[in-house]
Ligand binder design. Sequence first.
Ligand code: FES
Length: 106
Amino acid sequence: MAKLYVTRRDGTQVELDGTTDGRSIMEVLRDQDIDVEAVCGGCCSCATCHVFVDDAWLTQLPERGDDETELVESTEHFHGDHSRLSCQIPFSDDLDGLKLTVAPEE
Ligand code: FES
């Protein structure tokens, strides 16, 4: 188990326990009913799992792939390096304490 600190769309902050068994951050959020719709189920084609990653964690995440970059840059609320699709980030023990904010609904 590792911790995830999330600011929800309504501004409230929650602390989540997430298993690090290969699931993505999107799956951790979705399984605990935290705002992400994840319409495409994690196939990198909907952007409804868009999150903003806290400054301190930007360099500790795997780099965005080309598909993720193209999709996230097309969103209304794109926020530079902070914008990530949570379905493309495996949750691991290395990310224990990760802080993120769920992006506004498109
Ligand atoms: S769940 Fe669709 S892009 Fe992440």
